[in-house]
Design a protein around this ligand. Structure first.
Ligand code: ZN
Length: 461
């Protein structure tokens, strides 16, 4: 018998794993780890079986959540076990595995899930892009003397305030659903544009049809619920009020992502956010079931998270005499991107050296960009990308208002970067699921082009 939900390792991988570990003998009744332990090992069950037990709480007795049979491993879901009883139980009953992200932030990950294609196919990689010919911010470049204001904190605060006021008016006039100055240098404002004018769920917003475009085309009623936009209560209310003929609902819950950036994944506060989000997922699902009846559920976190314990900054780039006339740069929390405006090999070598000496990582070569599906035709996202290695992250960067304590968007081969994926129990899942597989599973379950099943998809981060 095998336990659904916990992936089995192939013989070859199990043999490799044995080479890294040590063998422990256990007796019936031994406790391998408890909820709240500061961390425990990745455990491969050679011949033993393990029961995951939810400990008794004030209002519930102890209960066996799931049993894991020999040939499988535990420790994978250590972030969830104990903090997230609902999810742990769900993962035990269903087909659960790892989800391999792409090298991107959550917006491009969503675009990849929505289209079933990679960034260099659908064309979207970053929220903002280098597009001087139609920058909506050009008029604000006259604020460039403010770049010399000594406090970075004050500059960030000012951009935040401008984004809520002046920039909102610019957005309305120029027809953008959203615009923000983030933390772009004032002197380079005229170089950047917001990549999309409308929300990603709007018709035809990406370079390829999204799942929503397809559903609309097939007359399948769908809904998109987003806790970032409407808050926890808004999502619950929207679940209560879903149109009764809804056949596909995408639920995006942001608190775990936000909390991990703000407080780090080791903090007790983070664990309490996981617990509360776990309860929120259970409640959303209960309400959707009450409203729409039985449905298929696909649940995943779109990426993992690595702790950050080293902050790097690039003060020289912000004040470089050749910037922004001869080159431009963008700082994301895990990447430095460079645009060269003229073929000056000396400047290029100098910039490359400056970037590489400041932070551990590497410039991505053409082959690697192609294998990461980031081989873009134009210059929207940079002529060169320097990718940091965890646990270092860039701050100040163009995006974060506060110093990130944990980050994603490192290389997708980093094990900590993997998300968790839970499919309906009858699905077969391999050791790792790719983002584009999520799209094809959703299409199949919702029956675009025939089949009449309902599907609901919840994303955790
Ligand atoms: Zn994030």
């Amino acid at each position: 018998m095998t336990t659904p939900g916990f992936p089995t390792l192939s013989d070859e991988r199990a043999a490799r794993l044995r080479g890294y570990g040590r063998e422990d003998r256990v007796a019936a009744g031994d406790v391998l780890f408890r909820a709240g332990d500061p961390g425990y090992d990745f455990i491969y069950l050679d011949s033993a079986a393990v029961e995951i037990i939810r400990e008794a709480s004030g209002d519930a007795p102890a209960a066996v959540v799931t049993r894991i049979e020999p040939g499988r491993f535990v420790g994978e879901l250590n972030l969830l076990t104990g903090q997230a009883p609902f999810l742990t139980a769900l993962a035990g009953r269903s087909a659960s595995t790892r989800l391999r992200p792409i090298l991107a932030y959550s917006d491009a990950i969503r675009a990849t899930i929505f289209t079933g294609a990679y960034p260099d196919e659908h064309g979207y990689w970053m929220e903002y892009c280098f597009r001087p010919e139609r920058s909506p911010f050009a008029s604000l470049e006259r604020l460039r003397p403010l770049d010399r204001f000594p406090s970075d904190f004050a500059r960030r605060g000012l951009k935040f305030a401008l984004s809520k006021t002046v920039v909102r008016r610019i957005a309305r006039r120029a027809g953008y659903e959203e615009l923000s100055l983030r933390h772009f240098p004032f002197r380079a404002l005229g170089s950047f544009d917001w990549t999309l004018r409308s929300a990603m769920t709007a018709p035809g917003s990406l370079g390829l049809p999204t799942l929503f475009d397809e559903l609309t085309g097939a007359d399948v009623p769908w809904s998109y619920l987003d806790s970032f936009k409407s808050g926890r209560r808004g999502v619950l209310r929207a679940a209560d009020e879903l149109p009764i003929d809804t056949r596909f609902a995408f639920v995006y819950l942001h608190p775990i992502d936000m909390a991990s950036h703000l407080v780090g994944i080791e903090s007790p506060l983070f664990r309490s956010v996981v617990r509360r989000t776990d309860a929120l997922v259970a409640e959303v699902l209960r309400r959707i079931e009450r409203r729409l009846g039985e449905h298929d559920l696909v649940l995943f976190s779109d990426h993992g998270m690595s702790s950050v314990d080293r902050s790097v900054s690039f003060p020289d780039l912000w004040v470089h005499p050749a910037f922004p006339e001869h080159f431009c740069f963008a700082l994301d929390a895990t990447m430095v991107r460079l645009w060269y405006h003229d073929p000056d090999p000396r400047l290029r070598a100098e910039l490359r050296q400056r970037v590489a000496s400041e932070a551990p990582g590497r410039f991505l070569g053409a082959d690697e960009l192609a294998s990461l599906h980031l081989d873009f035709d134009g210059r929207l996202y940079g002529d060169e990308v320097y990718l940091l290695d965890p646990p270092a992250a860039i701050f100040p960067n163009f995006h974060s208002m506060l110093r990130p304590k944990a980050m994603h968007a490192y290389h997708p081969d980093e094990p900590d970067q993997h998300g968790i994926f839970v499919a309906p129990p009858e699905e077969e899942v391999g050791e790792t699921v790719e983002l584009v597989d999520v799209h094809s599973l959703c299409r199949r379950l919702v029956g675009v082009g025939g089949n009449e099943r309902k599907l609901e998809l919840a994303s955790y981060a």
